[in-house]
Ligand binder design. Structure first.
Ligand code: GLA
Length: 682
């Protein structure tokens, strides 16, 4: 039944071969990576090897995020493919970053012919495996519960995830793992693949009749098309792949290292992220200057480093019904504008940060009244709203320019050190008034290019500003965003027990230093649960750390606890944010969660241990640690001393006073209990 390529040869079929950039319509019936419609209506192409080059270093991708490396850190292999009939060419760009076992791939499709072509799909990564006995792990969820690992063996046919929402989404993440069925944290072959893209994506694996499998990862092909006139090219975003035989933990550490060293850009690469206080959950829209200064003043006294003014400071924004799009301070709230408030915060000894939602507009705004045609909307149909807001057409340079002018004005006129860039809805009716009918398939991608363009302009003009991305929490927590904004608000769910799952799942790809994590008030705003203040901090330490509550509402004992927490974070921030991260106990498998961070020299480690529900007379427990030096002797919490091999092979006693072996007898035992063990070897 096979269809064969060469007459007279009954064996050679593309469906028997591994391919680097397959297309559909000839003898390979699996998922394609590329599809083009030609002037004569045909979609058949056949890209074959033409030549290749190897050059030192790794060039940037114009207008798109990409891993970067110095000339002595990476090589770039470019493989040139050609389609003899159409004149189309493809360039496959492979970056090889040996120091963290990372291979990147971007794709450029070039129209070297004489007629226009319509690109219908241009995946970034295609990887054929000569096996199908693999598990696929994707990271799925919803608003307030993002990136939960979901694992299943490959079954015959196509399986995968994606987003058609114009954002990478809360529902699925552009990161997937293929691993051996028995792979766990400590052993087994694992491949981790990510797409550096913040719009719609598709990640699919096809297991075929011969028990081979193919992973295809790239821009979401639904609603995508791109006209390539003669001489034009299209660059598909970068994908990155890592591989290890040492299990999921090692895979994550390789990815964390790669992201920290080669994706988070200067001046934030390797820099400590500040302990912040954000007013959102403390006030929502109900604040005045006095209230803000009260929150900031209390935080400054306790050691916070950055005050972030969230939504509600601009235009007519006193609820979510008005003001979006008008990035001018509300003079009634802030009589001395942003410069005045920033000065006052700086005088308290903190830096000042500000919330924006640049891509959005409320109808009740001056921007909308002046430019009602700047929305993404389909002619003759009512545009759908989300949280009473509409999406600006960022595929149009004049729209991006206008928003840029307003933001640059604020950032250059005041001492602003941080920006939270929010994006609070999925994109619908993606139609641009500025593009002709046959180019509407370009809107989603042009929109993201507009977002990246604005980020690039702002980050290069204001390099000292730390950007945190946000999309109703973690709706755009993806590697592409991290290139511009080195931290992301992990989830709108700030409950400590829920955050264990969210941060655990997120850590499969993303380093701790990129995860926004705050201590918030109880009962928690999202789940109404009360967890101890200590546990809220013990979870948030494994992130960028901050507070999202009114510290004036705490008791004086609690405020002293906060002072100690901030001091603890400052003391251990380097180990947590730049050390190696090990997952020890999964919140998805039992009542206990544990993880740890180990300093590069392995002399300091912090072990986070968390119990969900309390138990009485529970079994005797030890937690086997990872990543320590077996020959070093560690003191645990400054008291008992144990060699690394004992802690890794026999374990650290975590049993509390109600069980057989008790570590210190004093530790309180209750629901949502937790402890951070500090290990030091001198
Ligand atoms: C989103 C964000 C929150 C907060 C609000 C403000 O929900 O995720 O952190 O900034 O918007 O409206």
């Amino acid at each position: 039944m096979s269809s064969c390529v060469f007459e007279g040869n009954p064996y050679f079929s593309l469906e028997h071969c591994r391919q680097e950039y397959p297309s559909h319509g000839s003898t390979d019936f699996r998922r394609p990576a590329v599809e083009l419609r030609q002037p004569n209506g045909s979609r058949i192409t056949s890209f074959v090897y033409h030549s290749h080059t190897v050059t030192p270093g790794k060039p940037a991708l114009e207008g798109l995020p990409a891993f970067f490396a110095r000339e002595d850190e990476a090589d770039t292999l470019t493989v040139y493919l050609a389609d003899a009939v159409s004149g189309l060419r493809v360039e496959l760009l492979y970056g090889v970053l040996e120091d963290c076992d990372l291979i990147t791939r971007a794709v450029r499709v070039v129209n070297g012919g004489e007629a226009p072509f319509r690109l219908l799909q241009a995946a970034s990564l295609c990887l054929d495996f000569l096996r199908a006995d693999l598990d696929l792990i994707t990271f799925d969820g919803r608003h307030t519960m993002e990136r939960l690992p979901s694992r299943a063996p490959l079954r015959p046919g196509v399986q995968g995830v994606g987003s058609v929402r114009g954002i990478s989404s809360h529902q699925h993440n552009p990161f997937a793992v293929l691993c051996e069925g028995d792979a766990n944290e400590d052993h087994g072959l694992c491949y981790g693949a990510m797409l550096l893209y913040s719009g719609g994506f598709q990640a699919e694996v096809e297991r075929d009749q011969f028990d081979n499998s193919r992973l295809v990862l790239g821009i979401q092909p639904r609603n995508f098309s791109w006209t390539l006139d003669p001489g034009e090219s299209f660059t598909a975003p970068e994908a990155a792949l890592t591989c290890t035989a040492d299990g999921l933990g090692a895979m994550s550490r390789q990815l964390h290292r790669a992201i920290r060293r080669h994706l988070l850009r200067d001046p934030w690469a390797g820099k400590r992220h500040p302990v912040l206080i954000n007013n959102w959950e403390a006030t929502e829209f109900h604040f005045d200057l006095e209230k803000l200064e009260g929150i900031a003043g209390a935080a400054a006294q306790l050691g916070a480093e950055l005050f972030v003014l969230d939504d509600g400071w601009f235009g007519a924004r006193r609820s979510d019904r008005a003001g979006l799009g008008d990035w001018i301070a509300n003079p009634e709230l802030l009589p001395q504008g942003i410069p005045g408030l920033a000065e006052r915060i700086e005088a308290l000894g903190m830096r000042f940060g500000l919330w924006f939602e640049p891509e959005m507009v409320n109808r009740d705004s001056d921007l909308y009244r002046a430019h009602p045609d700047w929305l993404l909307q389909t002619p003759g149909r009512t545009p759908s709203h989300g949280r009473n807001q509409f999406v600006l057409d960022f595929s149009r340079p004049e729209v991006v320019d206008r928003v840029h002018a307003m933001m640059a004005d604020i950032l250059s006129g005041a001492k602003v050190s941080y920006v939270k860039w929010d994006m609070n809805r999925s994109i619908t009716e993606a139609y641009s008034a500025a593009l002709p009918p046959d180019r509407q398939g370009e809107v989603f991608h042009r929109y993201i290019l507009g977002v990246y363009d604005l980020y690039e302009r702002l980050t290069s003009a204001f390099p000292h500003v730390l950007f945190e991305s946000c999309a109703s929490g973690g709706g755009r927590f993806d590697p592409g965003m991290l290139y511009y904004a080195p931290q992301a608000w992990t989830s709108d769910d700030s409950d400590a027990a829920e955050r264990l799952k969210i941060q655990y799942g997120t850590s499969f790809c993303y380093p701790v230093v990129s995860m926004g994590a705050h201590v918030s008030a109880v009962p928690n705003h999202q789940v109404n649960r009360a967890t101890p203040l200590s546990t809220r901090a013990n979870v948030a330490y494994f992130g960028t750390f901050g507070y999202e509550l009114d510290l004036n509402r705490l008791t004086s004992e609690e405020r002293e606890q906060v002072r100690a927490q901030i001091a603890f974070m400052k003391e251990h921030r380097d180990v947590i944010q730049f050390g190696d991260f090990y997952r020890l106990l999964s919140p998805f498998q039992g009542n206990y969660t544990a993880w740890m961070a180990v300093s590069p020299d392995r002399r300091t480690a912090l072990v986070g241990w968390y119990k969900t529900l309390n138990e009485v007379n529970g079994p005797f427990r030890r937690l086997r640690l990872r990543g320590l030096d077996p020959a070093l002797c560690y003191t645990v919490d400054g008291t008992s001393a144990h060699y690394g091999d004992e802690l890794m092979e026999v374990g650290l006693v975590t049993t509390d006073s109600s069980a057989g072996e008790c570590r210190d007898g004093q530790r309180p035992s209750r629901d949502f209990d937790s402890h951070i063990f500090v290990l030091r070897a001198d």
